[in-house]
Design a protein around this ligand. Structure first.
Ligand SMILES: O=C(O)C(=O)C[C@]1(C(=O)O)C=C[C@@H](O)C=C1
Length: 276
């Protein structure tokens, strides 16, 4: 997994993403539970209408689908709070994936570019598998979702099917930076606009960094790794301390050294293009 993180730089979608008429998976998944979205859907004639079996008169005809009302997204999905909640939920998936991976030995050969030979391909077995998996997933439309990103974006086939959603761990979490960045920009456009116009990466990085939030995240993921990853079928090691499937501090370091810095890198790249 560390190979994935090292070998790829985050890909940034155009900020126009947020103005796209196509429902993104992030929005379509999360708006289902959002009451304000349901109100909006009903007011524009796109919501599900309740049926009243006791009504004697026939129901009035539905309003035309193309309402003259402006469709405005009044949900609060893009607030920093709701995005932070999504990031917290993703922690569980990431920690579980790390625990799952920790059950297998490290096999250096699978990461070695010179061990695996295949006509027309030069790379490691892991790279081959990731590339081919991504080609398959691309064909069913995975990367058409704005919160789904391939590690190897070059030469992916076009989808053969309408988009589907797949669970993902690290790449999705890191690319959530786009949503975080948009929320921050909307919360204080003036502060960000100056730095964007100056294309000042360092200033943007300072603006979007919340050290206390980061410290709380590192502490929380270590606690989660400790809780989720404790071996329950043993009595601990010689001195009675619990045994963990994966060292909890490793998960905390992964967040502190990789996941959050890459998420911030995505935020900076996104913001630099925000006024284009
Ligand atoms: O919560 C935020 O404000 C974020 O930008 C997300 C995040 C993270 O990756 O978790 C990144 C930068 C901040 O310094 C704190 C946390």
């Amino acid at each position: 997994m560390e190979v994935k993180v090292l070998k790829t730089s985050p890909s940034i979608c155009n900020p126009q993403l947020f103005r796209s008429p196509r429902p993104s998976s992030l929005f379509s998944l999360q708006t289902k539970k959002n009451p304000s979205f349901r109100l909006l859907a009903a007011s524009t004639g796109h919501g599900v209408r309740p049926t009243h079996s006791s009504d004697a008169s026939p129901p009035p005809p539905p309003p035309p689908l193309r309402s003259s009302k402006k469709r405005v997204d009044e949900s609060e999905i893009l607030t920093l709070d709701s995005i932070r909640q999504s990031l917290i939920r993703q922690e569980d998936s990431i920690i579980y994936s790390l625990l799952e991976r920790s059950q297998y030995c490290y096999n250096a050969d699978t990461y070695n570019r010179n061990v695996f030979y295949m006509d027309g391909f030069h790379g490691s077995l892991v790279e081959f598998m990731v590339r081919e998996t991504e080609r398959l997933h691309a064909q069913v439309g995975r990367y058409k979702s704005p919160d789904e990103h391939p590690f190897f974006a070059e030469d992916l086939p076009e989808p053969m099917l309408p988009p589907l959603q797949y669970p993902q761990a690290l790449s999705k979490r890191i690319h959530y930076g786009k949503f975080v960045a948009e929320a921050k920009f909307r919360a204080s456009p003036e502060a960000y606009e100056a730095a964007i116009r100056a294309q000042d990466r360092d200033h943007l990085m300072r603006l979007l960094t919340y050290e206390t939030v980061e410290a709380a995240i590192v502490e929380r993921v270590e606690m989660k790794a400790r809780t989720f990853g404790q071996e329950l079928n043993g009595n601990g090691d010689q001195d009675g301390s619990p045994i963990y499937k994966i060292k909890p501090s490793l998960v905390a370091d992964l967040y502190g050294d990789w996941i959050m810095p890459l998420t911030k890198q995505v935020q900076v790249e996104y913001l630099l293009r925000r006024l284009d």
